[in-house]
Structure formats: structure tokens, C-alpha cells
Design a protein around this ligand. Structure first.
Ligand code: SF4
Length: 266
């Protein structure tokens, strides 16, 4: 989806139109223009309800529009796998090769890929892992973990996906964490995560969906009249190691999996 899919007027129509400047801009119209330019998120307007944000995302960035052609995408990636030198790529992506099969650890579990791009796993197959994993293996460029964290919008291509990312990943995970106060700490144990100290976060944990795709989830619990806040950051290397579409697919799949875990086990 290009940025021009929705206009400043489209954004302005859903705003409270009070020109209160709580978003640190002089007017709602200025805010709408900033959203279209990618300098502000809808969530930066504190008076805009979450359901209105979600409706807007659904209207302008629907699944069918952004995630179209997943089967064709996997087919294309499997063809790229045939041309990939697994021995050569393995050290670049933190994987290993044995018997002409490549093994990647994802969240503490091993996933094995053959030259045709077929995936097997020591646990049950998680279908949404396949496309981002093949994309990760066959990606043209590779970088090591830098230790520098970027917000989603700062990743290459992130601005165009920001609204959908917020509505499918950060916002549902925030609500999940609100409803299940132990969830994020439990994820550390379940998925070999690591807790870290992070500015203004009550809980901050690092997970590795792939060895060189570290993500940092920062959660601030609700307090008095203040809503909770949850932000997912990405190591700078993620821009080089995975296409933005696959980063989104990976994160939305993770959040869906966390939701099921919360429903079933917590
Ligand atoms: S905070 Fe919201 S309502 Fe206030 S000026 Fe900004 S966009 Fe308009």
C-alpha cells in the first residue's frame, strides 16, 4: 500500500477536531498531515479511541490488500531456495547445515529446511513461520546484530505498514498484557527470552524469532488515569536481514500465537 492510499482528509475526518495540541502539533489538520507523512501515529492523538484506529486500519490497510498472494510469495521463495547455497548462507544468518538441510532456531525451537524450501520442526509446524523464514534465508543482504534498537516506523518500509502493524501487533499485545499481567514474563521462560532494563518500561524482554532478528517488547503497565503502553522495537540489523512485509508477518503471527497461549495456558 502506498502512503497515498489514504489522505490527510481521510485522517482528519476521524480525529476529534478540537485542535487541543495534546499531540504537540498546532491543529488536527497538521496532525493528519503528519500521519500521512509518517511523522506521527494515530495513537499519538490521546483522544482518539482504539476502536476508531482499528476501524481505520481495517478500512485502508486490509489483509487482502497488504497480504495478498501469500501462496505465490511462498512459491517464489521456494524457487529461490533451490538457488541458495545453504552452506554459504548458514553462518550469515546464525543457522547450521547438516545433511544438506538448514536448521534455524526460532524462539528456542529448531526449524529445519530442505533445498526445496520444505519446513519441518521439532514441535508442531507453525505455518506462519514458513514465509518469513524462507524470506530470511534467501534475503540478499545480511547484517550482524548491532545492539541499536529502532521503532517499527524507523525500519526501511515501516512507515507504510505502521498503521497495520499497530492495529495487528502492538495494540493487541498491549491489551493482552493488560489482561494477563504475567504474560510477558511467562514468554521469557517459554521462548528463551531475556529480560533487560529499559527506560520507562515495567517489563522489557528480548526475543529472537530468528537468530538475527531480535525484537524488544517494552511494556508500561496502566497507572491511575494513564493507559498502558507497549512498543515493539527491532535491532537495526532487521532492516538488512528481512523485508518489511516478512517482519510484519512474523510479528502478527507471534502476537496471534501469544494470544492462543494466553487463552489456553495462562
Ligand atoms: S491531540 Fe488529537 S484532537 Fe488534539 S490537536 Fe492533536 S489530533 Fe487534534
Amino acid at each position: 500500500m502506498s502512503k497515498s492510499t489514504f489522505t490527510a482528509l481521510d485522517v482528519y475526518k476521524i480525529l476529534p477536531q478540537t485542535n487541543c495540541s495534546k499531540c504537540l502539533l498546532p491543529s488536527c489538520l497538521a496532525f493528519a498531515a503528519a500521519v500521512v507523512a509518517g511523522r506521527k501515529k494515530l495513537e499519538d492523538c490521546p483522544d482518539l479511541a482504539a476502536n476508531i484506529i482499528a476501524e481505520f486500519a481495517a478500512k485502508y490497510q486490509q489483509t487482502g490488500e497488504m497480504e495478498v498472494g501469500q501462496a505465490e510469495f511462498i512459491d517464489k521463495l521456494q524457487k529461490k531456495m533451490l538457488a541458495t547455497d545453504l552452506e554459504a548462507v548458514a553462518p550469515l544468518i546464525g543457522a547450521t547445515v547438516q545433511d544438506d538441510r538448514l536448521t534455524i532456531n526460532s524462539l528456542g525451537k529448531d526449524f529445519v529446511f530442505d533445498h526445496q524450501g520444505n519446513m519441518t520442526s521439532e514441535c508442531h509446524i507453525i505455518s506462519w513461520v514458513l514465509a518469513p523464514a524462507l524470506s530470511y534465508i534467501t534475503h540478499k543482504t545480511h547484517a550482524d546484530i548491532s545492539g541499536k534498537w529502532l521503532s517499527f516506523r524507523e525500519i526501511k518500509g515501516g512507515i507504510e505498514w505502521q498503521v497495520l502493524f499497530t492495529s495487528r501487533c502492538e495494540e493487541p499485545l498491549r491489551q493482552l498484557a493488560d489482561d494477563n499481567p504475567d504474560l510477558l514474563n511467562d514468554l521469557i521462560d517459554l521462548f528463551m527470552g531475556k529480560a533487560i532494563d529499559w527506560y520507562e518500561a515495567d517489563i522489557a524482554l528480548v526475543l529472537h524469532p530468528f537468530p538475527k532478528i531480535p525484537i524488544l517488547i517494552c511494556y508500561q503497565a496502566p497507572e491511575d488515569d494513564l493507559e498502558s503502553k507497549l512498543t515493539i522495537f527491532f535491532d537495526e540489523c532487521c532492516s538488512t536481514n528481512l523485508h518489511i512485509k516478512s517482519i510484519f508477518t512474523l510479528c502478527s503471527g507471534l502476537v496471534q500465537m501469544f494470544t492462543k497461549i494466553a487463552e489456553q495456558h495462562l
